[in-house]
Structure formats: structure tokens, C-alpha cells
Design a protein around this ligand. Structure first.
Ligand code: ADP
Ligand code: ZN
Length: 294
């Protein structure tokens, strides 16, 4: 089997790996995302040290990114608020340093591709992968194709209804205040309650409110795309019980309007964590590389 390179380019950490799929990772390295020069040098060094010859590299990146091959900014991270990373030509830098073809997509589309190929969405051709971590991002497939469209989905920035009497916290999105990410990503939980999610007790009211916002977001996605599976990853979903609260709240909000078994007795298999666990991201990058390697 041929080897491929995968880069999960996250805003907090980079994960680089050489391999060909789950159980076939030859080498892997994780390091913090610092400034672009240092981070991309370290990435290039990792692959140059690898003893396997690679056919292609896949990059599953935080964004926003430019995915249009005809665009002058193709392969770049564009308007990110992350200091120093605006307009960084990640595809150009990696491709020219390693002399390999590079596949490029969002981190969440990469994760969706990996879950479709090897994980929880192997039998789904229309599904969504959502990450609830430092930010909220969504990717996925419609009709077996990764969703791109005009740019790429920005599900984390959908507006959600907020009752200021029940939740006076105005949200922390610098662009929209109380959008999905502004209300429900990890840093929003920390800002609202004055403590990180991992430190809040399991019975804290934070989790009921979190399940409510997540369910509103999922209800929008369900009603627009009719996905046959929803895969939720990211640090916040590590919270014990959150999946249980969330599945209940989705059923409550949908109010039995959509009559399919997935939303009733099949709920536990409908809203699920990634089957590939914490390797989903880097396996997504490898899956992207695989698709351009033959
Ligand atoms: P990133 O999005 O940067 O890749 P993660 O997906 O690990 O990182 O998400 C980090 C966020 O998840 C932080 O805001 C952190 O407080 C939150 N988090 C991590 N573990 C838990 C937990 N057990 N319960 C709730 N929130 C958590
Ligand atoms: Zn927003």
C-alpha cells in the first residue's frame, strides 16, 4: 500500500502523520500551532525525516480557507482572527518544500471524509460532521460529495434564538455576538460561567443550556440538509452526559414533526461521536491525500 502524508492543521495544534488509514499510521507527531514560519518548518521537517516515500499530502485546515483552484488565494488561510495567520499560503509552502501534490480542504470536511471512508458514516451519503471545541465548525457530504459551494459551510456562525431572560450572556463571536459559536463553543462556556467546561460539575446548569443551543443548531442542520447521521467531535463533547441531554433536546425541539426511525428509537445511532476518536482529524487529511494519489 502506498504511503500518504496527512496534516491536521488546527488553530491550537498541528498533527502530522504518514500512513494509509486507521491501523496503518507509520509515524505521527503533534505540536502546538505557533507562528506560521515555525509551525510550517516543523511540519516540513517531519515529512522530510520520514523514511517512507509518499504519493501525496493532504491538509485539513482551520479556516476560513480559499478552496477555489482558479482563485489567486487558493491554498491560503484567509481572514482568520488568529494572529499572524492571515493569508498564509499553506498549500504553496508545503507543496514546494516537499515536491508533492497537495489536497486541501477544511478540517471538518477532512474529518467527515475519514468518517465516511472508515468510521461512523460508512453507510451515509448525506451527513454532517460538527466540531464543538475552541470554535464550532461543520462539514459533511451531500449525495456522497463533500460540501464546498460558494466557499465552504460556516455552520458555527448560524444565528440562534436566545432568550435574554434565561441567558443574559451576549455571546463572544467577534462578528456576530450570539451566533452558534458565540454561544456554545468552549470559550463561550468559559466566559459565561467563569470556568472552563472541564471544571464545571456534571450537574451544573451549563450543560442543559449547552444541550439546548447544540440542539437548536442541529435542528437547523436537520431541517435544511436532512442528514442521515450527525457526528459530533471536539473537546466540549467529551463532557459526560452531553450526548444524552442533546439527543433528548433534539427530540423535544423537533416535536415529532419528522417521522423517521432515526429520530425516535434510532437516536443513539443518529447523533454520535466520531468512530475514529482523536485520530479523525489526521486520518481526514490522509483521506484527502488518498483521493488525489491515483
Ligand atoms: P480545538 O478546537 O482547539 O481543536 P478542542 O476540540 O480540544 O480544541 O476543544 C477545546 C475546548 O473544549 C476548550 O474550550 C475546553 O474548555 C473544552 N473542553 C475540553 N474538555 C472538556 C470537557 N470534558 N467538558 C467540557 N468542555 C471541555
Ligand atoms: Zn459568529
Amino acid at each position: 500500500m502506498t504511503s500518504l502524508g496527512g496534516i491536521e492543521a488546527g488553530g491550537t495544534k498541528f498533527v502530522c502523520a504518514v500512513g494509509s488509514g486507521p491501523g496503518h499510521i507509520e509515524s505521527i507527531e503533534t505540536f502546538p500551532t505557533t507562528n506560521p514560519a515555525q509551525t510550517l518548518d516543523r511540519t516540513v521537517d517531519f515529512f522530510k525525516k520520514s523514511s517512507s516515500s509518499m504519493d501525496a499530502i493532504g491538509i485539513a485546515s482551520f479556516g476560513p480557507i480559499d478552496l477555489h483552484k482558479s482563485s489567486r488565494a487558493y491554498g491560503r488561510i484567509t481572514t482568520t482572527p488568529k494572529p499572524g495567520w492571515q493569508n498564509v499560503d499553506i498549500v504553496g509552502r508545503i507543496g514546494s518544500a516537499l515536491g508533492l501534490p497537495v489536497a486541501f480542504d477544511t478540517d471538518v470536511n477532512g474529518a467527515a471524509l475519514a468518517e465516511h471512508r472508515w468510521g461512523a458514516a460508512q453507510h451515509d451519503d448525506t451527513f454532517v460532521y460538527l466540531t464543538i471545541g475552541t470554535g464550532i465548525g461543520g462539514g459533511g457530504m451531500v449525495g456522497g460529495k463533500l460540501i464546498h459551494g460558494m466557499l465552504h459551510p460556516e455552520m458555527g456562525h448560524m444565528p440562534l434564538p436566545r432568550d435574554p431572560e434565561l441567558d443574559p450572556f451576549p455571546g463572544i463571536c467577534p462578528y456576530h455576538g450570539d451566533c452558534f459559536e458565540g454561544l456554545a463553543a468552549g470559550p463561550a462556556i468559559e466566559a459565561r460561567w467563569g470556568m472552563r467546561g472541564e471544571q464545571l460539575g456534571q450537574n451544573h446548569p451549563a450543560w442543559e443550556l449547552e444541550a439546548h443551543y447544540l440542539a437548536l443548531g442541529l435542528m437547523n442542520i436537520i431541517t435544511i440538509l436532512s442528514p442521515s447521521k450527525l457526528i459530533l467531535g471536539g473537546g466540549v463533547m467529551q463532557q459526560p452526559n452531553l450526548f444524552v441531554l442533546l439527543r433528548q433536546e433534539v427530540q423535544l425541539l423537533l416535536n415529532e414533526y419528522i417521522q423517521v426511525p432515526q429520530l425516535f428509537e434510532g437516536m443513539d445511532e443518529y447523533i454520535v461521536p466520531p468512530a475514529l476518536g482523536n485520530q479523525t482529524g489526521v486520518l481526514g487529511a490522509i483521506a484527502l491525500a488518498q483521493d488525489i494519489s491515483h
